[in-house]
Design a protein around this ligand. Structure first.
Ligand code: NAP
Length: 507
């Protein structure tokens, strides 16, 4: 049986390059790569060799015959992408008209003329985009990478942003550990730019600085009542249950029977799942133990995930919905509410599959508590309460009738947002460092030696692996500039780096 890509797909496309028969799509060269919710194996061309399994950093690929029950639907999700029924006849034996083995091989950028370790690159941040950039740079023995991380533990959202029950996804940290073991990389922890070192110092002591600071805050929701006790961002709850030091005091109030999450992206689903999960199941994960103790005492019986638009515009991805529907979570959507929505006919197979699965979920009996309810077409208007939240008033997005729900906890999950970095140009509209293909620009002119990658470059979208191609693009720009002699002639050579290292250690 052919192999199947499952929920944990990170989209970094390592599998694409490993596949000898080009059966995994979209590839980074194909137009829909940038918008794909996951990658898919074509069951009619997969030769079952397993090369992709070894390449996948998050263990998301499983031989079809070993698919666990909870992931069985992914055989259809993969096959459906190619418009094929997931029947045994269609899958195997492989047909004669195999696609040619033509997985895209990117031409590695070359760096000539520099001595080993001569090109010093500073990376600020150690999250996925930083580590993928480091990996790309370390392919060149001429490059020495210094990573600067504000926290006492590396890997950013791979450690502090992924839900503790998504263990496969968290295993990407093993790949980052491997990258960190390269002899030409150092990682300085507890080192904050602006507090321990300045950006100017980095520029003076490195040939290039690559900003990978991510999108460290959340988008604010501007409705009355958001400042009440019992209202906070879902991202602060993610930080809290993952033991992020900035969110140690962000414990949510779990004394009410209902919690409402505004927005229905994957962050909303993650938080809804953790708030309704069996604490004994969470106890075997990496969840923060203080958070686990609070969850054991939780009074929450229902978590409503409320979207302002309909299911056809749901922000959560199909793999996450499948994981929710077929995994241990209890999820439901009200069939009457779903029937009242005017859902258009969809031609995109992933979107159509989401709607079909939502209909299936709505036909299930209302689950035992605590459970998650997916609600649609509700525009938040006001959070109710005097000192603390007691509920929320929505207006139906179509029709305009008011809908009030009691709730002791209201979480906003309407996206992350980047913050301006002193000394770097900032695009207010999308919260990113102003850049062109990763080169930081001021008035369209590149700032010599300054680069950006990840969420700080493109905004808070995509999955962990999306950062691989993103960082490859930025690093290609950096290496092109190095090759063209466009990096500033800094004091990065001679004894300056050693003096910088000593100053930093002293601080
Ligand atoms: P997101 O996917 O951008 O979803 C934001 C949600 O907030 C949408 O439902 C959006 O609705 C809603 N929203 C925005 N403004 C609103 C407003 N003023 N009032 C009401 N609702 C509003 O954000 P996210 O969930 O934070 O995820 C960020 C990125 O991280 C995504 O790419 C996500 O896939 C990724 N991520 C992935 C995983 C995973 O793979 N397991 C886990 C976590 C995060 P509209 O569409 O109507 O604007």
């Amino acid at each position: 049986m052919p192999h199947v890509i499952t929920q944990a797909c990170c989209g970094d496309a390592s599998c694409v390059y490993a596949c000898p028969v080009n059966c995994i799509h979209p590839t980074p060269d194909e137009p829909d790569f940038g918008i794909a919710e996951m990658l898919y194996i074509d069951p009619s061309t997969c030769v079952d060799c397993g090369a992709c399994v070894s390449a996948c950093p998050v263990g998301a690929i499983v031989p079809g015959h070993r698919l666990p029950e909870t992931a069985a639907r992914f055989a259809d999700v993969n096959a459906g992408h190619y418009g094929e029924p997931a029947t045994d006849e269609a899958r195997f034996p492989v047909r004669a008209e195999w696609r040619l083995p033509m997985a895209p091989i990117t031409k590695p950028a070359r760096l000539g003329g520099a001595a080993p370790g001569e090109l010093r690159v500073a990376i600020v941040g150690s999250g996925p985009s930083a580590m993928y950039a480091a990996d790309e740079l370390l392919k060149h023995r001429e490059v020495k990478v210094s990573v600067f991380e504000r926290l006492s533990q590396p890997f950013g959202l791979a450690r502090f942003g992924v839900a503790p029950d998504h263990e496969s996804t968290r295993s990407v940290a093993n790949l980052f550990d491997e990258i960190a073991r390269h002899p030409n990389i150092t990682i300085a922890l507890n080192t904050e730019i602006g507090r321990d070192i300045t950006l100017d110092e980095l520029r003076r002591t490195h040939h290039a600085v690559l900003w990978a600071g991510g999108a460290p805050t959340d988008r604010p929701l501007a409705i009355p009542g958001v400042d009440l006790e019992g209202v906070q961002s879902a991202t602060s709850v993610v930080g809290w249950y993952n033991g992020h030091p900035d969110f140690a005091d962000a414990a949510p109030l779990l004394d009410g029977e209902r919690a409402v999450i505004i927005g229905n992206g994957n962050v909303a689903l993650d938080v809804a799942r953790i708030l309704t999960a069996d604490p004994d199941r969470l106890a075997v994960t990496s969840i923060d133990l203080t958070a686990l103790a609070s969850l054991r005492d939780s009074a929450v019986r229902e978590v409503v995930v409320a979207a302002r638009r309909g299911p056809e515009n749901a922000a959560f991805t199909l793999p996450e919905l499948v994981g929710l529907a077929d995994g241990p979570a209890r999820v439901w959507t009200d069939p009457a509410e779903l029937a009242a929505l005017d859902i258009p006919e969809l031609h995109d197979p992933e979107q159509a599959a989401k709607i079909a699965l939502l209909h299936e979920i709505s036909q299930r009996p209302r689950p035992a508590e605590p459970f998650i309810r997916l609600a649609f077409g509700l525009t938040p208007e006001q959070i109710l309460g005097d000192d603390r939240a007691t509920g929320i008033r929505f207006r139906r997005t179509v029709g305009g009738e008011p809908v009030e729900l009691s709730a002791g906890l209201v979480l906003t999950a309407i996206g992350y947002r980047g913050l301006p970095v002193p000394g770097l140009p900032f695009d207010e509209a999308d919260g990113t460092v102003t850049n062109r293909d990763g080169r930081i620009v001021v008035d369209e002119a590149p700032l010599p030696g300054m680069y950006v990658t990840g969420w700080a470059k493109r905004g808070p979208t995509g999955f962990i692996g999306t950062n691989k191609t993103d960082s490859q693009e930025t690093v290609a720009a950096l290496l092109d500039d190095a090759q063209a002699g466009l990096l500033p002639a800094t004091a990065a050579s001679g004894s300056a780096p050693r003096r910088f290292g000593r100053r930093l250690a002293a601080r």
